[in-house]
Design a protein around this ligand. Structure first.
Ligand SMILES: Nc1ncnc2c1ncn2[C@@H]1O[C@H](COP(=O)(O)OP(=O)(O)OP(=O)(O)O)[C@@H](O)[C@H]1O
Ligand SMILES: [Mg+2]
Length: 310
């Protein structure tokens, strides 16, 4: 059984204009993306702003229409979720970038974390309170937190509240869309490590979205690199970081800061080489519209977008 399978996904948004609001063109936010995700693993989607990462994630959870292609979760097609109570919304949950704006500031933590429970389970007030306190304990917050409001917490703590809420219904898949980008670097590692801990404990599978390849390196087993709605490369973490093939991937890998001073010389050589290749060979990697070619396998797991003749 395939856990999550995305096949040739396209999500286009109409651009309307003119006197009659006609559709003039489309934003091809996602334009032919395929990948699959195994249970218990973490798949990373990485790419620059506007490359279509969030749109892909939102389509998987049923928040975006699908223009073309098929998404199946546990072999069942995912359809547009009409309400927060749609079944797919139970097994697949989302963690968002900015824990402040994604948590209603006027609600207490109790109500924020209990909201998904209220949509799907009939619990008494007392049962609900106990469940929420257990969830808060799981994410390392005190039981008294239930009476507080989001502004009374630090950024890292707020993201823990967002995580408590996301795991409340024991989901199978979590789509984490830039979950640490709004946090201080010192807090990022804590939240990432915590997400890894609960992954085993709660038997979670992650689709991890980030523009930060360093964060992706820390978290992911498999990685898909997006550029303008398409994949330029896909592979295991080892393949992407040790054998990047596409110039776009190489540039991302070369941009990761090196902490180990003894490796900085090597990184500088790699950067110079990549910059030179980018200037000289850009046209070998992108079509005449500046878009990625279709992916072609170079190993069982490693695919690269290169033109037909190779
Ligand atoms: N609802 C929408 N209507 C119209 N265009 C949209 C809509 N949602 C996204 N887009 C466009 O689709 C493209 C991809 O957006 P998306 O949010 O998926 O990118 P992203 O990779 O998540 O970027 P970021 O790193 O900035 O979050 C962008 O050009 C965006 O403007
Ligand atoms: Mg996004």
């Amino acid at each position: 059984m395939a856990f999550l399978k995305v096949e040739d996904l396209k999500v286009h948004f109409p651009i309307k204009g003119g006197l009659f609001g006609r559709t003039l063109d489309y934003v091809r936010a996602v334009d032919g993306v395929s990948f699959s995700l195994e249970k218990g693993k973490t798949y990373g989607l990485v790419g620059e702003s506007g490359s279509g990462k969030s749109t892909t994630g939102r389509a998987i959870i049923g928040l975006n229409h699908i223009t073309d292609g098929v998404i199946t979760f546990e072999d069942k097609p995912v359809t547009l979720a009409k309400t927060a109570k749609s079944e797919a919304r139970k097994d697949i949950q989302m963690i968002f970038q900015d824990p402040y704006s994604s948590l209603n500031p006027k609600k207490r933590v109790l109500d924020i974390v209990a909201e998904p429970l209220r949509n799907f389970e009939k619990l008494s007030k007392k049962e609900e309170r106990i469940r929420v306190q257990e969830l808060l304990e799981l994410v390392g917050l005190s039981p008294e937190s239930i009476l507080k409001y989001p502004h009374e917490f630090s950024g890292g703590q707020r993201q823990r509240i967002g995580i408590a809420r996301a795991v409340a219904l024991k989901p199978k898949l979590i789509i984490a869309d830039e979950p640490v980008s709004a946090l201080d670097v010192s807090v990022q590692a804590q939240v990432l490590n915590f997400m890894k801990e609960i992954q085993n404990e709660l038997d979670l599978t992650y689709l991890f979205i980030s523009h930060d390849l360093g964060v992706i390196k820390h978290m992911c087993d498999h990685i898909g690199i997006m550029y303008k709605g398409r994949f330029v490369e896909e592979g295991t973490a080892k393949e992407i970081f040790e054998q990047p093939q596409h110039i776009y991937t190489k540039r991302l890998v070369a941009a990761i800061p090196e902490i180990d001073p003894s490796k900085r010389g090597e990184l500088k050589r790699f950067r110079d080489e990549v910059n030179k290749e980018y200037e000289q060979a850009y046209n070998d990697y992108f079509d005449t519209e500046g878009l990625a070619y279709a992916l072609k396998p170079i190993t069982d797991t490693h695919l690269v977008a290169l033109p037909e003749k190779g």
